[in-house]
Design a protein around this ligand. Structure first.
Ligand code: ATP
Length: 466
């Protein structure tokens, strides 16, 4: 396996494209910056990661309910949440080659932490570097760079008839995070589901950010999916809930094959305008050369509900029947990018190992995440009796498991292809199968093979694929 991050990333990008996981969007038109499409196996893997999150965040809990709110929301939502005034990143431009850079990322390279710092701080730090001659364009090396300025991450759109489509009055924003919808539906959720504090609302959906630089494959994209859960509670419960959710989220990573040394907590010193406490889960990406944020766990106080109450005039307070107390709940949030998790699992699973002098590339994904669970092969394509039997097995297993029928090339080649997409089991129907009613089942990780009765396959996979 490649040693340096760039080479690892190139291998992942190449595998993702070659095997139908991720394609650059609009490629025939030359692509569109930092937007990606997910192919067949990518869609399946993404759906499985999404399901794994939903199971733990909603299905396994009696205190979290689901939501699927619209991407477009009343523009006032973003005024109230503070995004219109302060959801931006510091940008610097190279005057020579016109490359754009994120000033806080540039400073980070010199060990200066500028996350969420004011522009004055950032420009003062940039000036110090300028004076030493160390501040250079990351693209062309020129020292002729602009000072940092604020660049809004909000993506604007218009709703309305074509004639007034450009009118400022019709401006709407593509949501920059999904939780806005959760706050707006918090009251309807209470009224319709009879939830009592503390309770959470979870949702998965698209979010859009006009990121200044987005060069790290699907780590940072301009259109992405977020999986967020807002846990509403009495302020006195915040510390307890915060610790509980931090532990739950940490264990979720371990549950799906991430090692405890692969992740760590990063505590934010400088907080976003809404947060009172913020930790990130960081994963040690081989393809990005170190620990990077995958998920945020934030204590948001009652900032959002108080602002939406103020801007909309709606009473968003909660009445606790037990204590007869009326108050505005506080919020504990977990927020994670689905594409970022996708890259994390790919990065972790990607393995190259020696197999009798040959390099074997295999995605060692957790069985529950693997796009295809079982691949079914007839030993030979041109033997109708083998093909019919293999199809029969496919038709039985497909009801319970995502399966694939493959009769292309020799079996060794089919194994290699299934290894590259992370299929845990391959089933081969051979001539003996027609006699003894057994097939060969090959395990992705150990490459061991065993003969299993066709009649027992379903039970076998139910046990193996949990
Ligand atoms: P970053 O510091 O990486 O820009 P952030 O702190 O702005 O991220 P949040 O606003 O806390 O991120 O968003 C929560 C999660 O949403 C992040 O941890 C990440 O997984 C995901 N996310 C945010 N922005 C993007 C993006 N542009 N592309 C993909 N995922 C993203």
């Amino acid at each position: 396996m490649a040693e340096n991050k760039q080479a690892v990333m190139e291998e992942l990008v190449s595998l993702a494209k070659r095997r139908g996981f991720v394609f650059p969007s609009s490629e025939i038109y030359g692509g569109l910056g930092a937007i990606y499409d997910y192919g067949h196996y990518g869609t399946l893997l993404k759906n499985n990661i999404r399901d794994a999150w939903w199971k733990h965040m909603v299905q396994y809990r009696d205190d979290v309910v689901g939501l699927d709110s619209a991407i477009f929301m009343h523009p006032m939502t973003w005024k109230a949440s503070g995004h219109l005034d302060s959801f931006d990143d510091p940008q610097i431009d190279c005057k020579k080659c016109k490359a754009r850079m994120r000033a806080d990322h540039v400073l980070e390279l010199f060990g200066v932490s500028a996350d969420k710092q004011p522009l004055e701080f950032i420009n003062a730090e940039l000036d110090k570097l300028r004076a030493t001659g160390k501040l250079k364009c990351q693209n062309c090396g020129s020292v002729d760079l602009t000072p940092a300025k604020r660049f809004s991450l909000m993506v604007k759109s218009n709703l309305g008839s074509p004639t007034d489509a450009l009118s400022e009055e019709n401006v709407v924003y593509l949501r920059p995070e999904t939780c806005g919808g959760i706050y707006l539906e918090y009251k309807n959720t209470i009224d319709s589901t009879r939830v009592k504090l503390p309770f959470g609302i979870a949702q998965i959906g698209k979010a859009f950010r006009n990121e200044i630089v987005a060069r790290q494959f699907i780590f940072r994209t301009r259109e992405f999916e977020q999986m967020e859960m807002q846990y509403f509670l009495h302020p006195s419960m915040m510390n307890e809930a915060y610790e509980m959710w931090r532990e739950l989220r940490w264990n979720w990573y371990l549950e799906y094959g991430i090692g405890k040394d692969d992740i760590r907590w990063y505590e934010h010193e400088k907080l976003a305008h809404y947060a009172s406490q913020a930790y990130d889960v960081e994963y040690d990406f081989k393809s990005l050369g170190g620990f990077k944020e995958v998920e945020g766990v934030h204590a948001r106080g009652n900032w959002d509900l108080s602002r939406h109450s103020k801007f909309s005039g709606a009473d968003l307070s909660y009445f606790d029947e037990k204590t007869s107390e009326r108050f505005l709940p506080h919020v504990m949030e977990t927020s994670v990018g689905l594409g970022r998790l996708f890259l994390m699992f790919l990065d972790k699973a990607y393995t190259q190992e020696d197999n009798n002098g040959e390099v074997r590339t295999v995605l060692k994904l957790d069985h529950r995440l693997a796009p295809i669970k079982v691949a079914i092969f007839p030993l030979m394509k041109n033997k109708p009796e083998l093909v019919t039997k293999a199809k029969e097995i496919f038709d039985t297993l497909k009801i319970d498991f995502m399966c694939e029928f493959d009769d292309n090339g020799n079996v060794g080649k089919r194994y290699r292809r299934q290894d590259e997409i992370g299929t845990p089991f391959c089933v081969t129907v051979d001539f003996e199968s027609l006699e003894d009613g057994c097939v060969t089942v090959r395990d992705r990780d150990t490459m061991t093979q065993e003969r299993i009765k066709i009649a027992d396959l379903q039970k076998y996979f139910w046990e193996k694929l949990r």
